[in-house]
Design a protein around this ligand. Structure first.
Ligand code: ATP
Length: 283
């Protein structure tokens, strides 16, 4: 069995604006079966463009100008970047699914959650019976921690956290070997964010799918990833195990990124009050 599920080779994506932006400037990496690969980097470094490029969701003026994306998690290798039309639609969700920032707002406001989940199954698993579809949807709701009764709700009747969980359920419906998550919890409050992250790592352990997890939140990546790729100006400047990124960062930019976050483990310093304060007031 191949240990690599996805291979990205020298992927290049431009925005054909004036001047041209080389948003992804020759990115190569391999995603291993069942791993969580974190992609970190400051705003504008090309993370989202990369995610959309891998799944062929880019819209003009964005354009893939070079490289290859190969899915290796099935019987035959698939050149994802060459898929079109019905073949692309059949591939997406089934082999690689996505949860993007604000995905929770992608739910259709006039359809019940059940109809939207069942629609994915009707399209991709046409031989499933009605009862099988019902069972699968109810199972997935339980898997992501939403009571199955909520299948009868409309999106506006659910909290932001629940809606994002529903989107994760949708991404898991077809049991894909790869999930791409781009800031999947950024729009949520910290407590809900932690719950959902814990859920994603638990599901990964249980179901064994691989995840590309994109965020500017490096401490979060250090917590959940097996390996981390650090992106800067459209390129990966360092890709290593999370342990090495944390303890032995090689690239100066990785060190800079790490230094930008307060240490979680170092010596505890006593708070001495605001540096600019000249009075005792409010101390
Ligand atoms: N429609 C567009 N036209 C021209 N340039 C664009 C367009 N969309 C994005 N870019 C540029 O492409 C580069 C990469 O943007 P991208 O959104 O992929 O970065 P990012 O790392 O995901 O940032 P963020 O974390 O803020 O979402 C940036 O320089 C951005 O300004």
């Amino acid at each position: 069995m191949n240990d690599i599920v996805l291979s990205i080779e020298d992927l290049r994506i431009d925005y054909a604006s004036d001047p041209v932006v080389h948003a992804v400037a020759g990115v190569s990496f391999e995603l291993r079966r069942g791993e969580i690969l974190g992609i970190a980097g400051e705003s504008g470094c090309g993370k989202t463009t990369l995610a959309y490029g891998i799944t062929q969701l880019l819209k003009p003026p964005a354009e893939v100008v070079g490289g290859a994306v190969r899915f290796l998690g099935g019987d035959q290798p698939v050149r994802v970047d060459e898929l079109e039309g019905a073949a692309l639609r059949a591939f997406r969700w089934d082999r690689i699914s996505m949860v993007f920032q604000g995905a929770m707002n992608a739910l259709n406001p006039v359809l019940r959650v059940r109809a939207q989940l069942e629609d994915v199954l009707t399209t991709h698993r046409p031989t499933m019976t009605k009862q099988e579809r019902r069972d699968r949807c109810e199972h997935l709701m339980r898997v992501v921690g939403v009571p199955a009764e909520r299948l009868d709700a409309y999106a506006h009747e659910l909290s932001g956290g629940m809606r994002q969980r529903v989107m994760i359920a949708m991404a898991l419906l077809l049991d894909p070997p790869v999930m791409i998550m781009d800031e999947p919890t950024t729009a949520l409050d910290v407590v809900v964010q932690r719950e959902i992250i814990a859920e994603i790592t638990r599901l990964r352990d249980e179901l064994g799918f691989a995840v590309i997890f994109i965020t500017h939140d490096l401490p979060l990546l250090l917590e959940i990833s097996d390996r981390i790729a650090v992106m800067r100006r459209g390129e990966i400047v360092e890709l290593a195990s999370t342990r090495d990124i944390y303890h032995r960062p090689r690239d100066p930019y990785t060190r800079e990124l790490l230094a930008a976050f307060p240490s979680l483990t170092g010596e505890r310093l006593e708070y001495a009050g605001a540096a600019t304060s000249t009075t005792e007031e409010g101390a």
